[in-house]
Every structure is written in C-alpha cells, then in structure tokens.
Design a protein around this ligand. Structure first.
Ligand code: TNX
Length: 517
C-alpha cells in the first residue's frame, strides 16, 4: 500500500517538473515602442510563485528596479516575488537583472533581454536602461498583468532576444496644471502612463495667466492669491515645494526627468495679479479665468522684474535635479520686440547663474541664444525653429498640428481645441521628427514632446481621453528607428493594446481608424 502511495507521489512530482514550456512567438508579441532588434526562439519562460529576481552583490543600485518589477506584478499574479542578492545572477533559474559596463553601445537607456525556458536575463549599461527593459517585460506578459485584482495565469514570456535603444534622447509629455489644476496623485498617474511607453521627460507647465501653481517662499502671494483661480472659475490650487519634490522623486524612480516651466514674459497674469509692483503701471491685475492668450507681460525695463525672476528661478533650481528650466517665452504679444529680446537674454543669464540650462518655446529664438539652450518648436511659423538652429541651438519637436494632445481628434470630439486643425490618431503617428520642418534635419533635433494644454480638460479621465491612444505613437516616434515604419503596421499593434488599456483603467478614445481587438 505504501509502495503505491509513493509511486503515485513520484508520478505527480514528475508531472510537475516535466511540464513542457508553451511554444510562443516573440515576434508576434505586441510591443510599443517597437524594439530595434528582436529574435524569436519559439518557446517561453513561465513566471510562477517560486520565481525570484536576482541582482548582483556588487550592484545594489539595481535592487530598486527589481523591487519595482516585483511590486508591479504582485496584484494581478498574487506572487510575492523575492529579490535576492547573489554572486552570479545570470547563472540562476529565474530573472536576472544586471548592469554591464561593456554595453556602452546601448547608451543610457538601451537594454538587452534574453529569454529562455530557464531564465530571463535583463542587462543594460545604466539603470535607466534596466527600467526601460522592465517596461518591455511588462508588455510581454499577458495584458491582465496590468490588473489591480487577482487574475488567473499562466504568466509566460515568449522566448528570444531583444536588443533595444532609443533613437532620440528626449521623449516627453507636457501637462498644463494651470488652466485646470491637477493634484499630486493625478500627476503620478500621468507619470506612470508615460513611463509605460518608455518616455523620459515630464514637462510641467506651472504658471500662466490663470494661475501660479508652485510655492515660491520669497513671494508667497503668487500661490496664496495667484494660485486660487483657474479656467471657468474653479478653485485652482498649487503644489507646495514638498509636493513638487514628491512628484520629482516619483518621476526619478521611473527614470523620468521633470522640467518645470515658468512661462514669461507673457502668460503672467497670475503673477501680475499677485504683486502690483511687477506691473508697468504699478497696479495689480484682476485674476483671470478665461482662455485668451497674449495679453499679459512682465515689464522688461523694471529692475524688480529680474529680482523676482532671480528669486523664482533660484528656489525652483534648488528643488529641481534635472538640467533644464523652461522659461516659456511663447505668445508674448503684449511685449515690444526689443523688450522681449532684452528680457530673454537676461533670463538666460539668470537660469545659467543658478546652474541650469534654459529651455523655451521656439519664440525665444528672437533673442541671442547660447548653444546649450533648447528651443521647443510648436508653432506653424517654422522660422522660429530655423532661427534657433542658425544659432546652433537644438530643437525639441512639438508641432501643434501633429503633437498637441489637446487638439481635438475630430469635429465631434467632446474635449480639446481645434485652432491647429484636428489630429486623428493616424495624423499623430504618421510623420517624422526629421521631416516636419524644412531646413531642419536630424542632427538639429534631440527629441519629441507631446503637450497637453488643459483649457477644456478638468479631470484625470479627460486627460486620459486626449492622451490615449495618441501618446504611444509619440513614444514610438521618439524611440524606434524602423525604416519600414508605417501607420498600417502600427495601427494593428495599437489595436491590440485595447485590453491592456482596459486593465490599466485608461479612459481612451476608441478611434474608428484603429482595428481594436
Ligand atoms: C498655445 S502652444 C499656447 C498655449 C495654449 C495652447 C492651446 C503654446 C506655447 N502656447 O498657451 O494653451 O496654444 O493649444
């Protein structure tokens, strides 16, 4: 009797250990952005409750990303994946995460992913590369991995090799937190959404006519008064410096740089309402809740203006680890041209004096720019970009007719503006950074940014509706370098993202141009 029990046990044990891996085709997996090189080997790796993530004893810094991955898969799988520090992670059965000094060719954000039946080895030259690679692992798992609730597996990754790195070093999105204010949790959600598609910059538009959203300790009325309004009479709001630091830290953990924008000399009504002395006539302006542009200006000929800017930039630079401070500079229609030039030249000095480089909307190319300044092209007036390039200034591409996420998809879109036409999902994808402006070529461009202005956007659901499904396309335009890139091919991959969007809880626009599956 005991013999038959033992043999039964043996058979059960054998059945479990001999379970053959499911055949899977890595080439058929849905990846956005599309990776540079992918070789499929037809089998799979199964992540189960016993799988561990291994990091090297000499690379403690990798643990943060290993923990991020373990935490990420926990809700849907129910697995409590252990992160173990060992001598040779890549020799273990399981998931290995390694930094490799020899992989310089991958740059800061590239990664290598090798998946066999026994193990997954993710290697990169830098931590940011490991983080981007983790997003690939995430997309290789079934879409339900995104669920916050427990799901039934199996959790298999198709086997093969991926070697991947971005074409452009700057891939960002902008959120206007002025026209309508969004709290720290909304911004974190926004960060998570852009991180999933390997973006690396969050540009925060912090000040405008309707509001001032960042605490400046030396000028407290900017937020006390200037922070109290928004478009259509809402109560506004602002980030304390501690809130801002929390956002920066959250972004940093996702290898995303925050670039804060203080828009000037135009788009400054909130500041002009908060401090009478900043106005040319010495009289404080009323708070503004409309959506006009181009009516406000700081006074380029008053010394207090520069004292003010020095204080603001000084406080902001001290809590901003990234290299850049964005000074706006757009639509300064109420500023005389010679004043505008004088103003931008001086603000550039101030930004540099606080150890930062300046970034501005390409309108700033009217001034004398330093070569380390960056110009963000947005307007249909391409001359602004050409003037910047003629000063050896590099360009970020944000053409309003292609990359503005606040532009309506079509004429019946319930949200958004249409001053730059309509931008359906195919228009958002079917262009290239290099060929958008005649006279500007690849060497002049450091990347792409998709801005979301929020005149019509009030909730995180509104944000998601305009951002998705356009954003994955912008991410791919900045990351992938496929000569055969086409909307026809891309739209199929985008359509397959449907269930992932749903498990992520994204309120996306179900464009009729996409074959949603
Ligand atoms: C123009 S784009 C602006 C913003 C508006 C946006 C609306 C730019 C640099 N300035 O002030 O919100 O259009 O699409």
């Amino acid at each position: 009797k005991s013999f038959s029990f033992c043999s039964l046990l043996l058979i059960v044990v054998m059945l479990f250990s001999c379970k053959t891996p499911t055949p899977k085709d890595l080439a058929k997996e849905n990846l956005i952005p599309k990776p540079s090189i992918l070789i499929a080997t037809g089998s799979s790796f199964e992540w189960n409750e016993k799988t561990k993530i291994y990091v090297s004893v000499e690379q403690e810094s990798v643990q943060g990303i290993a923990n991020y991955l373990a935490d990420f898969i926990a809700p849907a799988t129910g697995f409590k994946t252990k992160v173990e520090v060992v001598n040779t992670p890549a020799s273990k059965k399981g998931i290995a995460m390694l930094l490799n000094k020899e992989l310089t060719a991958l740059g800061d954000e590239g990664y290598q992913l090798e998946i066999t039946e026994k193990r997954v080895v993710l290697a990169a030259y830098q931590l940011a590369g490991l983080f981007r690679g983790v997003q690939t692992i995430r997309q290789l798992l079934p879409a339900k991995i995104e669920s916050k609730d427990l799901q039934v597996g199996p959790w298999e990754l198709a086997s093969g090799t991926i070697e991947d790195k971005p074409e452009y070093g700057y891939r960002g999105a902008m959120l206007d937190v002025v026209r309508h204010f969004f709290d720290v949790d909304d911004v974190k959600r926004f960060i998570d959404l852009i991180a999933a598609y390997k973006m690396n910059v969050l540009h925060l538009h912090l000040t405008d006519d309707q509001g001032w959203r960042i605490e400046i300790k030396s000028w407290p009325n900017l937020t006390a008064h200037g922070g109290s309004a928004e478009v259509d009479g809402g109560k506004g709001g602002f980030y304390t410096q501690a809130d801002y630091s929390e956002i920066v830290k959250y972004a940093q953990a996702r290898y995303i740089t925050v670039i804060p924008e203080i828009d000037m000399p135009g788009h400054t009504n909130a500041a002009l309402a908060s401090y009478a002395e900043l106005n040319a006539d010495g009289k404080a302006r009323e708070l503004y809740t409309g959506t006009d542009v181009g009516f406000s200006t700081l006074d380029a000929n008053k010394e207090i203006t520069y004292q003010f800017i020095d204080d603001v930039i000084g406080e902001l630079a001290a809590i901003t680890p990234g290299e850049y401070i964005h000074i706006g500079g757009d639509e300064s229609n109420a500023t005389r041209k010679k004043d505008y030039i004088k103003f931008v030249n001086r603000v550039q000095e101030i930004v540099n004096a606080h150890g930062k480089k300046m970034m501005g909307w390409a309108d700033i190319s009217a001034a004398n720019l330093k070569e380390n300044t960056i110009a963000q092209f947005w307007h249909t007036r391409t001359q602004t970009a050409l003037d910047a390039v003629n000063q050896n200034v590099k360009i970020i591409m944000s053409p309003a007719t292609r990359a503005y996420m606040d532009i309506q998809y079509d004429s019946i879109c319930p949200l958004g503006l249409h001053w730059a036409g309509y931008t359906e999902v195919d228009d958002a994808y079917d262009w290239s950074l290099e060929s958008n402006v005649k006279g500007i070529s690849k060497k002049d461009i450091i990347g792409i940014e998709a801005p979301l202005w929020t005149e019509t956007v009030e909730t995180i659901d509104d944000i998601e509706y305009l951002v998705f499904p356009r954003l994955p396309g912008y991410a791919e335009l900045g990351w992938s370098n496929h000569p055969d890139k086409s909307w026809e091919e891309y739209k199929v991959r985008l359509g397959k993202e449907k269930s992932r969007f749903e498990f992520m809880g994204i309120n996306y626009y179900p464009s009729a141009l996409v074959p949603w599956e």
